[in-house]
Design a protein around this ligand. Sequence first.
Ligand code: ZN
Length: 185
Amino acid sequence: MISLNEGVVERRALVLIKSMTKTKICQNCHKKFTIEPEDFEFYKKIEVPEPTFCPECRAQRRFAFCNLMELYKRKCDFSNKDIISIYRSDSPFKIYHSKIWWSDKWDPMDYGRNYDFKQPFLEQFKRLMLDVPRPHNFNLGSVNCDYCAGVYNCKNCYMCVGNRSEDCLYSFVGLSRNCLDSFLP
Ligand SMILES: [Zn+2]
């Protein structure tokens, strides 16, 4: 019977894991990045191809589309009242305070339009995005959380992203209380 000591088994396991990782060149910044075996399992599970951008460039694209990190003073384009928003005052988008955005004070159906097959899709999509109002942030069901970009059912939070938390500061939290400078995904 052949027996291997623990060191040999560990080294062979490491070689095996390393052989399953893949190094790619980012199409955007041209730096190397690796895809780990568990990443491949995840891509398979959600049925998407492996990424062509590195994690940093992917994060840049996400943040360019949806800001959850910065807050700005600006006016609500419906009421003209001062608000704290994830959109700057010079943003090209039409921004309504979320209480108005979720209300019946305006009708989203007013912005419906036919698709023109003779025009490029992205041009029409851009016009639609610029035309249709957006909520000033993503704070749903929260109380006293005006300085948060994306909190759900939270209370007395400041500069947080998360859900059902209370009395938290500068944190990425969920189901938490009295936390400070925390990252609890
Ligand atoms: Zn990159």
